[in-house]
Design a protein around this ligand. Sequence first.
Ligand code: UN1
Length: 513
Amino acid sequence: MQNNISTVLKNLGILDLNPAFSTGNNWGALTAAITIDSVSPVDGKKIARVQVATAEDYETVIKKASAAFLFWRNLPAPKRGDIIRQFAEALRKNKEDLGTLVSYEMGKSLQEGFGEVQEMIDICDFAVGLSRQLYGLTMHSERPSHRMYEQWHPLGIVGIISAFNFPVAVWSWNAALAWVCGNVCIWKPSEKTPLTAIACQHIIAAVFKANGVPEGVSNLITGDKEVGELMTNDTRVPLISATGSTRMGKAVAVAVGARLGKSLLELGGNNAIIISEHADLDMSLIGAVFGAVGTAGQRCTSTRRLIIHESVYDVFTAKLIKAYGQLRIGDPLDQHNHVGPLIDKAAVNAYLDSIEKCKAEGGKFVVEGGLLAGPQYASGCYVKPCIAAVKNDYQIVQHETFAPILYLIKYKTLDEAIALQNGVPQGLSAAIMTLNLREAEQFLSASGADCGIANVNIGTSGAEIGGAFGGEKETGGGRESGSDAWKAYMRRQTNTINYSNTLPLAQGIKFDL
Ligand code: UN1
């Protein structure tokens, strides 16, 4: 495996020590000042190092980005789309290497690593079509011989702060749309997964270069919280799109709001599946188990709670226990395994701590958790997916723990189940398993699930890129990816043209000179 990884790193242009920033083909100098190690949770080995950007590095990037915007915004949108089409082609060519690096640096299964790159390809394809569909409305003016319409213009520099769990896909959701809309981007990836970001920057930089695009349309800057703060406080960055914890999102919202900038927030979830008495239980089992243990419970869409009708509670719990007994936990690059490691030891501690808190509040574990030991688990990041019977109002159940801990809650009526589903601070993704039309429609109605995503007979995770992605309440309210999420990356301008030979005022006001 190590040999394979070194080939992957070489193919993707990753060095042992990587510069702190890139504006395209230009990369910052290597000074080895302050560095961050990227350590794989798969085997605990250091993969490579990246430098932490300084405030001067940030200025260099901002200046290049500001200058590049003047060029990029004037390129016709379909031309920008054509370049994004070429980016998708380059991603197709690099899918195996990039997916493997995602899996090795982040720890998700190889299948999910490939799936993540596929999600990038999909959003690029979507963006290509969008580049000819950035439509504005035409309105009827109340004044004669006047025409009123709206157009959409790019914002300028879009700052993208991404999380470790989808280290490349979420960047591409933002970047592909922002670019076809005519913006330039500065990306600050998670300090836990900087190498996949460097790989992406190499891929896009080559595409831009081949098309004669100047430096500064795609920018990468690596570092920690301080680098993010330079962006969030900077009036030259009109939009910050941030993915991560609710705590981080609140800090971003306050900083960006204080300068009346725009923020697009995609924060924590506490997603539940309602398993109704009318559910197909075998189908429900796949949705629940993949939702809870896929990506080791580290998706913002992961299934954290199952709200199960009392009449099927025991039989479904028995099915879950059996399925958990069959889970193979280990090296995510080995395709036989279902579950890989958590991202790092801090995540393991948060997982262990949540289990303790759950027990202290009265939670009864039907599948026990714990840290796995043994040579194949030497990184110290592998844990057992676990299941506890709880009450929805336990503090720990109200909190998003980014780990494979699944909570079971029993219900009697659908109204009660929906109230439980909605009875958490977060509002990302919700699902119901039912073959009953009335139940399904009630769940999707205005008095149903309060989340940004609500599914029937599908789990809470694994959304397609074509729909708008995001959620309400503490999830932050932003929408990324499909549908009309592109509007967040543009400013709307209302234009009224008078082609008459008088100047009538709106609202019938008379003002004769
Ligand atoms: C995230 O966890 O931040 O819907 C994104 C899903 C994926 C994206 C998750 N398509 O599970």
